[in-house]
Design a protein around this ligand. Structure first.
Ligand code: NAD
Length: 257
């Protein structure tokens, strides 16, 4: 493993433009469960609660579950080592962009600036009638669904529900990243969610080296991944940080397993 991490660090250090592509797994060690897997949210909740047609038909019922799933966990979560290392890499000119599927705001809280949220952000609520935007913390959820102070319309979390389209800006940023990146660093995603899952495949087609961090193989691992670093995001990113910011990295090429 040491050899693989050293190899990955050398590739990252030499890269002209690196994009990190992150999924729910990077936030698991911040206390936010992923959707899939044994302890995943879908083992407890019906995924259709995030279906836009269900929300529109029964906003109050959907809000009860959405509140329990997202706002209970998200409010207390803090960025972990993996988010912080990505932020440090950006500051040191080693990371050009983060494309995240997450809606938890933890990359921004870690200090990253070039963050493109493919599925929006749970911190914002939007009025379905007048489109006015609110911060989730400013709105009382004593009565569900919460409503707009201006027009009384129903407020919806401003993240992408099943059946909704991806916002233009992150979509364009993700496609551009796929075409210009030398390296794609995939962290904590199964690669099952369309169309986000296409971005690393596109990057590979455009010649990017794919480095992947995950405790389990994903749909990418045997298909496009060049270096698979098996393990938890905090553990592997901590090791990568040590190497990336070590003055002797270039002499470490003979690291042994
Ligand atoms: P997923 O739930 O399908 O899969 C999570 C992945 O993370 C798995 O591959 C798992 O092996 C891996 N993982 C588990 N623990 C890990 C760890 N400690 N370190 C690194 N990886 C770990 O997640 P997904 O592929 O991102 O897709 C699901 C969708 O879920 C996304 O579109 C996202 O919007 C949404 N989601 C977001 C959050 C969040 O914002 N934190 C949480 C749950 C779901």
């Amino acid at each position: 493993m040491k050899k693989k991490i050293t190899e990955a660090a050398l590739i990252l250090k030499k890269s002209r433009f690196t994009t990190a592509f992150t999924g729910a797994g990077i936030s698991v060690e911040s206390g936010i469960p992923p959707f899939r897997g044994g302890d995943g949210l879908w083992s407890k909740y019906d995924p259709s609660v995030l279906d836009i047609s269900r929300f529109l038909a029964d906003p109050a019922g959907s809000w009860v579950v959405i509140n329990e799933i997202f706002y209970d966990f998200f409010n207390s979560a803090k960025p972990n080592k993996a988010h912080l290392v990505l932020s440090r890499m950006e500051k040191e000119g080693m990371l050009g962009r983060i494309i995240t599927q997450n809606i938890d705001n933890l990359h921004q809280e870690a200090g990253s600036h070039m963050v493109y949220e493919f599925h929006g952000n749970s911190k914002n609520l939007r009025c379905l009638h007048c489109r006015r935007e609110y911060l989730a913390g400013q709105i009382s959820i004593d009565h569900l669904p919460p409503t707009c102070r201006e027009c009384g319309g129903i407020l919806k979390p401003d993240f992408v529900f099943f059946g909704e389209s991806i916002p233009q800006m992150p979509l364009a940023a993700a496609y551009e990243a796929a075409t210009i990146s030398d390296v794609f660093l995939i962290i904590g995603t199964t690669g099952e969610v369309m169309p986000a899952n296409q971005i690393p495949l596109m990057a590979k087609e455009y010649g990017a080296t794919i480095i992947e961090i995950n405790p389990e193989p994903s749909l990418y691992t045997n298909k496009v991944t060049d270096i698979f670093l098996k393990g938890k995001a905090t553990e592997i990113m901590g090791k990568l940080e040590d190497l990336l910011f070590s003055p002797t990295l270039d002499n470490d090429q003979d690291g042994v397993d």
